[in-house]
Design a protein around this ligand. Structure first.
Ligand SMILES: Cc1cc2nc3c(=O)[nH]c(=O)nc-3n(C[C@H](O)[C@H](O)[C@H](O)COP(=O)(O)O)c2cc1C
Length: 218
């Protein structure tokens, strides 16, 4: 596929057919993530590929339980808002159960040049936190996930990048540790990517005009 077509065709896919993805294609998609750029070439990612239905359901239960815990607390203040959050998890997270593949992306922190130097020089942590937040390591993760999303389109698949479940990060990590013994010292769950063959009916929102988001200095 032409490069521009891949970019334009990519959209978040939340409806999938029940067609599986052959392992060789999963590997090609992961490899696109592997070769993404990262600050200091630190490659601060780890891709956990879940195709096991039972494990996907256990992860969904951990998310649903946490969502319910938060929603109940919201109910006390405004039941309408609580219910909206309950609905949100169904529409914007649990759809991944219909995707044959779920890639869980773990990350470890990365600080660009200047951080350790300022730490060494004795700058107060508070000042550094202001400069180095949001965590610059997440930019590397973004590059890897975007590479995988585009590679998926090129191979005829679709994906959805998800951070909406991150409030249940600790619970998901606990499920992975308990069920498959997966644990990576110093790493944390950064996002997930569902993958599969798109079914009809996936919609995407429009975008701001270029003029609205660009400033030229000539
Ligand atoms: C960092 C990031 C996190 C996202 N998290 C979610 C999510 O948790 N659930 C979801 O359904 N979509 C999620 N999305 C998809 C966005 O909603 C989507 O990219 C945006 O609405 C534009 O639509 P499009 O991808 O179809 O072009 C996420 C996208 C990004 C880049």
């Amino acid at each position: 596929m032409e490069f521009r077509d891949v970019i334009v065709k990519r959209q978040s896919i939340r409806k999938y057919t029940d067609q599986d993805i052959p392992k060789e294609d999963i590997l090609k998609i992961l490899d696109a993530g592997r070769i993404a750029p990262s600050g200091k070439n630190c490659q601060n990612w780890h891709f956990l590929v879940v195709t096991n239905k039972d494990l996907k359901e256990k992860i969904a239960k951990a998310i649903t339980d946490k969502n319910e815990e938060i929603s109940k607390k919201m109910d006390e203040k405004d039941p309408e808002k609580g219910n909206r959050f309950r609905k949100f998890v169904k529409n914007f997270t649990l759809f991944y159960l219909n995707a044959p593949v779920l890639i869980i992306i773990y990350a470890t922190n990365y600080y660009p040049s200047g951080y350790y130097e300022m730490e060494f020089a004795g700058y107060p942590q508070e000042e550094m936190d202001k400069l180095f937040i949001p965590n610059p390591g997440m930019q590397n993760i973004g590059a890897a996930v975007q590479n995988m999303s585009l590679a998926a389109v090129d191979l005829g698949y679709g994906s959805c990048w998800m951070t909406g479940q991150n409030y249940a990060r600790e619970e998901i990590e606990a499920v992975l540790k308990e069920e498959i013994g997966f644990e990576k010292e110093g790493y944390f769950l950064a996002c997930m990517l569902s993958l599969g063959v798109p079914a009809p009916g996936n919609k995407s929102p429009g975008r701001k005009e270029l003029s609205e988001i660009t400033t030229f200095v000539e």
